[in-house]
Design a protein around this ligand. Sequence first.
Ligand SMILES: Cc1ncc(COP(=O)(O)O)c(C=O)c1O
Length: 394
Amino acid sequence: MGIAKTIATNLEQSSWIRRMFEEGIRLKAERGPEHVYDFTLGNPDVEPPAEVIAVLERIVARNRPRSHAYMPNAGFREVREAIARKLAGRTGLPYTEDHILMTAGAAGAINVVLKAVLDPGDEVIVLAPYFAEYRFYIENHGGVMAVVPTDDGFLPDTGKIRAAITSRTKAILINTPNNPTGAVYGTGVLRSLNELVEEAGHAITIVSDEPYVALTFDGVEPPETASIISRSVVTYSWSKALAIPGERIGYIAISPLLPEAVDLFNACTFANRVLGFVNASAIWQLVVAEAGDVRVDATPYQQKRDFLWDALTRMGYEIVKPGGAFYLFPKSPLPDDVAFIRLLQKEGILAVPGSGFGTPGYFRLSLTVPKEMMERSLPGFERALRAAEGNGPS
Ligand SMILES: Cc1ncc(COP(=O)(O)O)c(C=O)c1O
């Protein structure tokens, strides 16, 4: 059975990921794993909080009847009620269980929302740099991704977004704290996005993808998107907040201020079913509801951000200091980011080119690596920079 042309094209376009992965394997075999510094993967390197594992054990031991049965496609009612109560407390908005859908992580949540709102040819505005999977998620549901660059600080440029809106624009997909830049959108930024949507002339929804919202630094508390943007749907996930990306648990929170909230809830519930998720993991729904506000400690990520940002900027790299998430997004010393990635590879350093995030001229480093590995990689970063500047060995 031949594969679809669209998938063949997608695989071809993302073949650089495979090539990078293969290059990593080759380098590790050639030089020994201790001489390869892999900064490519955004996979939490901390364990889930002990409290969460204790809740999981309690729930398994309790073995409440029907814990493993089919359930409403939106998820267990009492779990959605618990989340609605929390969101109502934080935002002052009248959330109920009928605004919350439990999902297979943020990836599942975004696909469900897009399936629920897009007709073929509808447009979704995405701000570059963006999480590379967004294009595939939008195209999964017949949508067209319209890319709008952010400003020098990686914050939304409302003038450019306004110019990109057409009669087919259904949604603006934002991501704060951001992958790959670590930018955290403040109240002012969210207010200007709200104004933009209110002035748009037709219904446009802001879908705010917030899987990193528990990971902010320097005591910054990200504002509640739904308190500021009335036409909002927030997609959330515990993948990063509890370091459990393999467990696939998140939610969609539909703003009670959306006039079409009931229809959207029903559409998302149907989409969750027919996309084949059926419902989010039963056990993990019960765990996250009972675990409440438990979060991983963001301090180790902040310490690694400080260490690597300080070391690289002192060498001469230009990097906007991230306020959250677990990445650095330095400017490439060469305009051709892929060429610079090759210089880093010669030093055994693996990084993702900015082109992969719709923003050539930059590269992404993940902070989910041991600090001692970061320390050992620094001479390589220095040599690659000097080589790019043309006054070092190349
Ligand atoms: C911006 C962004 N959105 C969504 C996801 C998907 O997260 P999840 O594991 O919750 O599906 C990721 C994962 O890295 C991400 O970086």
